[in-house]
Structures are given as C-alpha cells and as structure tokens.
Design a binder for this molecule. Structure first.
Ligand code: SAM
Length: 225
C-alpha cells in the first residue's frame, strides 16, 4: 500500500471524514487506535500536520511503522504520540482541530475540558463522536463556549452515533438534544429518538430529579410517535 491507496474507512469514520472540508494547521486524531481517520485526512492534505495520539503503546508502535511505510517523504507531516489525551500539551497555534471519536461520554467530556485548559487563549475546533452520553457531552461543549458547525446522526453496525462538529469561533447555539441533525421523516432517526427517549424514561423513573428534564427535552423535539 502507498500514500495513493485510499484509506478504507467504515461508515462511521467515512461520515466523519466527509464532514471535514476546511484546512487546518494541525489536526489531532485523539484516541486514534489504528489511525485510519487521521491517515485519510493526511492523504487529503487537510492539515499542515496530523498528530496521532493514543495511550496504547504497542498499537502506536504499529501505527508509526504503518505511517512510515505509507506516508514517508517531505510531502506528509505527521507525528505519533503515545500518551493520555488528558495530559496533552498543545502548541499555541491558530487553526487546530481535535478529533475525539470512539470513547465514552465521560472520557470525551474529560478531554474537552482538558483541551480547553491546555489552550485557553486560542479558539479551536472539535469533531466529537462519542459512543454514548451525547446529551452530557453537548452540555459540556455549551459550558466551554463552543458553537455548532455541523451535526449528523450516524448508523453503523446496528448502533447510532452523533457526529458533533463545533468551534469556539461559531456563534450557532448547540442544543443538548441535537437540533438540525434530526429528520422527522427518516425512520432511522425516529428509531434513534425513540431509543434515546426510552433510555432516559427508564432513568427518570428511578431518579426523576436528575433525568425528567432530559426526557422533557427529547419529548419536545419535533419527532412524534
Ligand atoms: C475504540 S478506539 C477508537 C478509535 C477511533 N478513534 C475510532 O473512532 O474508530 C478507542 C481508543 O481510545 C484509546 N484511549 C482510551 N483512553 C485514552 C486516553 N485517556 N488517552 C489516549 N487514548 C485513549 C484506546 O487506547 C483506544 O485505542
């Protein structure tokens, strides 16, 4: 395989890839695992530099070899970092994007907050695709002053995900339930909405003080039974 062989992405990563169009100085593929999304962005030359970060050292050693094989030469600027995303030291550079995909809601929130602490003075973008907990993730983004760029519902291997693309430069409000991503006429979206509502209704029956307002928010969406 060479740098010209297209990186094969599944449905979820492929949808995340296609959301990104603008150029960045640095794109960080956080929790990158095999690094497929970052590789695809490297191939598309969407950033001056792509940094791959993951905590698993054997996987990072394999990725480094793979990148050396496929993306050698001056044409491509990449770096592999084996470390915890929450301890990242980030350079003071304009126009950076951090991708956080494939980890749970609590970790995603921890990384959002640590990145905001690491880069307090310069606005940056995030592309988030948590494996669950999107309501709490969106609230964390709202609290940190992000605005929406784009959002999409993704369906892969019988699971639903939300792609949440946000920026500290965007003025468009983020809504905790998601907003523009919902298509009430799409049966898959209706199924996702129903599943989400059932999940929070169950939680609200045990702890109404914590969860009833979330149920109300999802019930208030324009998708009806
Ligand atoms: C399921 S993979 C996600 C891969 C890819 N981002 C995707 O969406 O397909 C989750 C990755 O997160 C990494 N990870 C989990 N906690 C981490 C942390 N605190 N810092 C860096 N990487 C972490 C794991 O090692 C694993 O490779």
């Amino acid at each position: 395989m060479t740098s010209h062989t297209p990186v094969k992405l599944g449905r979820r990563l492929s949808q995340l890839n296609s959301i990104l169009e603008r150029q960045y100085s640095i794109i960080w593929d956080c929790c990158c695992d095999h690094g497929l999304l970052g590789m695809s962005l490297l191939q598309r030359k969407l950033a001056d530099k792509v940094v791959f970060v993951d905590i698993l050292s054997p996987q990072m050693a394999l990725l480094e070899k793979d990148l050396q094989r496929r993306f050698s030469g001056d044409e491509f600027n990449w770096q592999v970092m084996c470390q915890d995303v929450k301890d990242l030291e980030v350079p003071e550079v304009e126009s950076q994007l951090f991708i956080i995909a494939g980890v749970g809601g609590n970790k995603t929130i921890q990384f959002i907050n640590s990145l905001c602490t690491a880069l307090p003075a310069l606005p940056f973008d995030l592309l988030i695709c948590s494996v669950h907990g999107n309501y709490a993730v969106r609230n964390a983004l709202i609290k940190q002053g992000f605005g929406l760029k784009q959002e999409q519902i993704i369906f892969e291997n019988n699971r639903f995900y939300e792609a949440i693309y946000v920026s500290q430069n965007s003025q468009e409000p983020i809504i905790a339930t998601g907003n523009s991503m919902w298509d009430g006429l799409n049966p898959a979206h209706h199924e996702y909405w129903q599943k989400t509502l059932d999940h929070y209704r169950k939680k609200a029956s045990a702890d109404p003080a914590e969860f009833q307002s979330i149920v109300d928010d999802y019930e208030g969406l324009l998708i009806t039974d």
